[in-house]
Design a protein around this ligand. Structure first.
Ligand code: HAM
Length: 436
């Protein structure tokens, strides 16, 4: 019998790839924490209605992609398919002070057809801001997304923005779009043409713009533009957002079709795509404003805006642009012990306590085998304790990597008194790192 495999559409993240994964999280955390955002950790599963109502009944997430299950107590739960509804539910429950500026890193689960860049479990970094209507905060969150992606070394980024209008102006637009879709019904794709128990576009006319099938794409340029129906307040909001992006030197283009799959969006929507990916799955992150969602989930009227960015997708883009290589080494010192393990046990402990990353071999292996492991560990220095060193109360310190301008690594080997070796190594490693 062959061994178990990870479920379809999921994957294990192993070293060294996991170090790149961790770099994304660290970079993101640094950037958003410096902007005043605090981490939110919420349950991976919720009452299924939180996500169903949150994402909206017409979204693919609610209709087809949720991992829903009844638990042993009979409650209908769902694994988190997206992060926004979770944060909003937590806000409604706890009512922290506004503005509530948050970030998260979390696995998300969607029953999708797996393909390159699209998985059934992916990981998202995101922010959500509740309680601020000012369009400058839309600019702030967009700048955080672009800043994060740029910090990884990504240069090929295309930012699309749009406005979805609000509850004042959108109904009139929807009437116009409804008329258009009804008139062109026979030209729509199979999914959007109503028939045999299928509501098609009538489920939510805006979903027409999410459709990537040729029939719907061909009709798109003829459809009424939401931008032409915006009320003055939405127009002013959108103008202030785009003006803010210009002021920060962030390139953007208008995309009238950017309605972004969820039912909760109002006013600003945005997405950053990577042309380097060259596939349909090229969105590195996306989000927007959702001024009605807190109310939908039972709270008082409270504006909100945020985004999510898929870590796997971002790493694919890093591969495509050949940036963010895996870090070269994980430890700096490797202790080689030929005296039964006592020396390695204590030395690694002392080195780590002194802040020096250190590793060792186990199981009484030969000098040759231990040096091989030392080499593989990427360490800069080996500390060797054999019977002679032990008798003399010293440790042999052997640099393992040639430093530019030097040759003959072994010549630089020296013996250091045991009681001084931790401090000596700490300083030496610092010098080697600086010279590398
Ligand atoms: P989303 O566009 O569904 O938005 O997902 C955000 C990002 O997550 C995408 O741009 C992509 O990078 C990544 N992603 C999504 N689905 C997958 C998948 N199946 N496999 C791999 N990566 C994926 C949201 O989820 C919203 N909650 C974003 C938001 C926050 N809007 C407002 N606040």
């Amino acid at each position: 019998m062959s061994g178990f495999q990870a479920p379809k559409g999921t994957h294990d993240v192993l070293p060294p790839e996991s170090a790149r994964f961790a770099s994304c999280v660290a970079s993101f955390a640094g950037i958003v924490e410096r902007a005043g955002y605090g981490l939110v950790v919420s349950p991976m599963f919720e009452d299924a209605a939180v996500f169903r109502r949150g994402a909206g009944e017409s979204s693919d997430v609610a209709r087809k992609e949720m991992y829903e299950f009844e638990d042993k107590g009979g409650d209908l739960l769902a694994l988190r398919p997206e992060g926004t509804a979770s944060v909003v539910r937590a806000y409604v429950q706890h009512r922290p002070l506004l503005p509530f500026k948050t970030w998260y890193v979390t696995p998300q689960f969607r029953y999708e057809q797996p393909q390159a860049g699209r998985y059934r479990q992916h990981h998202q970094l995101g922010v959500e801001v509740l309680g601020i209507e000012d369009p400058d905060v839309d600019v702030e969150v967009i700048a955080l997304l672009v800043g994060y992606l740029s910090s990884l070394g990504l240069a090929q980024l295309e930012l699309a923005v749009n406005s979805m209008g609000d509850r004042n102006c959108r109904p009139a637009y929807l009437e116009s779009l409804t008329h258009f879709l009804a008139t062109h019904e026979s030209e729509l794709c199979d999914e959007h043409r109503p028939g045999e128990g299928r509501p098609g576009w009538q489920l939510n006319p805006l979903r027409f713009f999410d459709c990537k099938r040729p029939e719907c794409l061909a009709l798109r340029p003829l459809a009424p533009r939401l931008g032409d129906w915006l009320c003055d307040a939405c127009k002013a909001h959108h103008a202030r957002v785009t003006e803010g992006l210009d002021a920060l030197g962030i390139g953007w283009h208008q995309d009238d079709a950017l309605v972004r799959g969820f039912d909760y969006y109002t006013r600003t929507t945005f997405e950053v795509a990577s042309p380097a990916l060259g596939t349909a799955q090229n969105a590195l992150g996306g989000g927007g404003r959702y001024d009605g969602l807190v109310e939908t989930l039972g709270g008082p009227p409270t504006p909100g805006v945020g985004f999510g960015s898929g870590i796997e997708r971002v790493l694919l883009a890093c591969d495509a642009e050949a940036v963010l290589p895996p870090p070269q080494r994980s430890v700096e010192v490797f202790v080689v012990d030929l005296v039964g393990g006592d020396a390695a046990r204590l030395l690694t402990h002392e080195l780590r306590a002194a802040g020096v990353p250190a590793d060792r071999a186990f199981g009484g292996r030969s000098m040759k085998a231990q040096l091989k492991l030392a080499d593989r560990s990427g360490a800069l220095v080996a500390l060797i304790v054999g019977p002679e060193e032990r008798a003399a109360g010293v440790v042999t310190v052997r640099p393992l990597r040639a430093v530019a301008g030097e040759d003959g690594q072994r010549d630089r080997q020296q013996q250091v008194p045991r009681q001084l070796v931790v401090e000596h190594t700490r300083v030496l490693v610092g010098q080697l790192r600086a010279a590398a």
